[in-house]
Design a protein around this ligand. Sequence first.
Ligand code: BGC
Length: 521
Amino acid sequence: MPAGGFVVGDGQKAYPGKLTPFVLFTCVVAAMGGLIFGYDIGISGGVTSMPSFLRRFFPSVYRKQQEDATTNQYCQYDSPTLTLFTSSLYLAALISSLVASTVTRRFGRRLSMLFGGILFCAGALINGFAKHVWMLIVGRILLGFGIGFANQAVPLYLSEMAPYKYRGSLNIGFQLSITIGILVAEVLNYFFAKIKGGWGWRLSLGGAVVPALIITIGSLVLPDTPNSMIERGQHEKAKIKLRRIRGVEDVSQEFDDLVAASKESQAIEHPWTNLLRRKYRPHLTMAIMIPFFQQLTGINVIMFYAPVLFNTIGFTTDASLMSAVVTGSVNVAATLVSIYGVDRWGRRFLFLEGGTQMLICQAVVAACIGAKFGVDGTPGELPKWYAIVVVTFICIYVAGFAWSWGPLGWLVPSEIFPLEIRSAAQSITVSVNMIFTFIIAQIFLTMLCHLKFGLFLVFAFFVVVMSIFVYIFLPETKGIPIEEMGQVWRSHWYWSRFVEDGEYGNGLEMGKSSNQGTKHV
Ligand code: BGC
């Protein structure tokens, strides 16, 4: 038997394993870690458009909003403190994802998930009971710490747990939870905003306790991944777990490969500096570029500010929250499409199709807003059909994101890193994601005020760049076992020059190359 295990005709490995109820259950529970992230994304925009919330914490924004409706619509929400409220979370998440790298690597994926749940819970409570702006900010920082831990650990957990043939679909459970979190938060905002006495925002913010408890309890009942157990020297336990997860007795091939990958991993003392080695250049590039591009699609302009944006284009507060609910539902539904298609059509197809779709929509939305609002931001009377056209194209845009960059922005990084750099590289992905989420959240309102409808064209430009990047540089990763991913770089026209044969995945890859072309099934 080759050290590397089952090798099919084209030199690609195929480990035995089924989609067992156990693995399904485990992945569904773990994927719920995305709820906290999603809930927060969905809640912030709605809360910051509730007049009672603004009056209490951001009176200057509130006053500006009450002023004459003929003031420039592009600029009415331009307030640094308000954006700081939204963005502080992302800076906190960035820092904690770096800490999470060590926790995830040394103590397992579960512990990071547990920390994520507990910190998020604390933040939700402080926010729900907030009396002053500083309490809001402290609460948001704790929420951010929680998200940093969860987003670092959950995607890795899912990609390691899943049988490789279903890895895409199971991993996208994470993004599905994000979108469900967003939608639930938007629906709650819609109703809480109606509460007489104007304290509904407390329920919106405090409600984050629920998703926090789900991930906290989930992480207590879940097993750790076999990869992580082996990495921490628990070989026997890992083998038993692997049998249970895969639903087959003979898991020795996969097990041996995991052990080999872990030996390689153990030899690395400094995962961070290691990341800078030439052979990890493709991984580092993807760890940075994928989350960067994901944010440069401009999706969070819609997610955070949908109510604000819809307000700007002429809806009342109530109607704009409702439109946000519509975009939220499209987001969930379209994510289901990617769960269905990702392991069938592949990652590259979804990236390229989604990119084209987003591009067209951004151009149309920019044209619509430009035509009505001009450059001075005074729209005059807005006909109903106009608002419907804008919302429709925003929905088609959201769908494009939701089956491409949304889920793949988390899936692809989590499946391409070799074990020895996996945890550190994933932290980079989360940090870059958070930095750019922060930057966009921080400057969006100011950009809207200055660039006006041209803002959408800026994002459209980046969508073109990222699609070309994917086309040229991103290899297809569908159907390849996670500890075997080295082959996609070795056979890539550009990346092959960085990764030399035999340098990868310890003996397991060498074992495989000596058995190339043999059929051992
Ligand atoms: C992104 C978030 C975004 C969400 C929308 C996620 O994949 O990381 O920034 O708000 O998708 O569904």
